[in-house]
Design a protein around this ligand. Structure first.
Ligand code: SAM
Ligand code: SF4
Length: 318
């Protein structure tokens, strides 16, 4: 599907739950979380139905996210059904990795190709602190299991947080020396109920290049990827920089997001949402609605003008 700016929208990110087994400080408030009402959450069959229509209209890349996708009951069934849709070339998941050790094998057998695992620190205590209770060992074992069963390539997502993990940039980069793993640094975005926590902790991704001078940029295999990739000399893996705040990549944006409550977000950093859940439940012509909403995808985000979004990241999916 081509939008009015000539972009080919072939990537759907589906958030299947707004709930999570962690409470990352930049993503969720400790208390007072605005949970989506359960009857508003798409049933798994509804998610499948919508995914099927998007794929039939030209989407060939699907990512399952959350909240934490692995806590949703019936996840393996959904993976199996979506994975079988004709036309999907890349089927991935973003997870915090806590339950990955348990699920990796089954996810692979159900048809998932690969996983991105979020990991912001390699220090046990700091991990416990930033996630408000998570156990680093669980994630590391999950990554190991994913590697074993062939959910590859594995990508780590590391949100750069000033005063928290800027001292670990070299350690993360060094993970790419001997392993075929991508470490991707993501700029912290001021979003939803954690906006104020994030505002004074932002550091630009250029810090990575300042700290690790040996990194050399490599040609992008996929121009629509938000990451610019670099490598250490002789390194096996890559270092990706995803810089939505310091460098807009809207020009090459190829994605839309389906939230757990059935809203399409055409831009991550905008409050604009289109309600597909009601359309689906009212039996409306979804193909026509989807083609039109894609045609009218906004040109770019407006974060630099202080237009913050209200939804928490956990209810969007990253
Ligand atoms: N629970 C899963 C996880 O953590 O990977 C999937 C959902 S999570 C919302 C998806 C991604 O969004 C994670 O990589 C997380 O680090 C990122 N994220 C959450 N809040 C963010 C923020 N304020 N700025 C930048 N990235 C954020
Ligand atoms: Fe949960 Fe992922 Fe948000 Fe952390 S980033 S609170 S793991 S949804």
């Amino acid at each position: 599907m081509i939008d009015s700016y000539g972009r080919n929208i072939n990537y759907l990110r589906i958030s299947i739950t707004d709930l999570c087994n962690l409470r990352c400080r930049y993503c969720m408030p400790e208390k007072g979380i605005t949970k989506i009402q359960r009857d508003q959450i798409l049933r798994l069959e509804e998610i499948y139905e919508l995914a099927k229509i998007f794929v039939s209209l030209g989407v060939n890349k699907v990512r399952i996210t959350g909240g934490e996708p692995l806590i949703r009951k019936g996840i393996l069934n959904l993976i199996e059904n979506v994975g079988k849709l004709n036309g999907i070339k890349d089927f991935a998941m973003t997870t915090n990795g806590i339950l990955l050790k348990k699920y990796a094998g089954n996810l692979r057998s159900a048809g998932l190709n690969r996983v991105n695992v979020s990991l912001d620190t390699l220090d046990e205590k700091k991990y416990h602190d930033i996630t408000r209770g998570g156990c680093l060992k669980d994630v590391l074992e999950g990554i190991e299991e994913a590697r074993k069963v062939g959910l590859a390539p594995i990508k780590l997502n590391t949100v750069l947080i000033g005063g928290f993990n800027d001292s670990e940039i070299e350690s993360f980069v060094n993970l790419t020396k001997y392993e075929k793993i991508d470490v991707r640094f993501i700029e912290l975005m001021p979003i939803g109920q954690t906006k104020d926590w994030s505002l004074n902790k932002f550091i630009s991704n250029k810090t990575v290049l300042e700290k690790v001078k040996e990194l050399k940029e490599v040609t992008k295999e996929d121009v629509s990827s938000p990451a610019n990739y670099y490598k250490l000399p002789g390194g096996e893996g890559r270092v990706g920089l995803i810089s939505p705040v310091s460098h807009k990549f809207c020009k090459n944006c190829n994605r839309v997001r389906l939230t757990a409550d059935g809203k399409v977000k055409r831009c991550l950093l905008s409050n604009d949402e289109i309600d597909l859940r009601s359309a689906l439940r009212n039996g409306e012509d979804l193909r026509e609605i989807i083609v039109n909403l894609i045609k009218n995808k906004p040109k770019e985000h407006d974060l630099e003008n202080g237009k913050y979004i209200k939804r928490n990241m956990t209810a969007i999916g990253g």
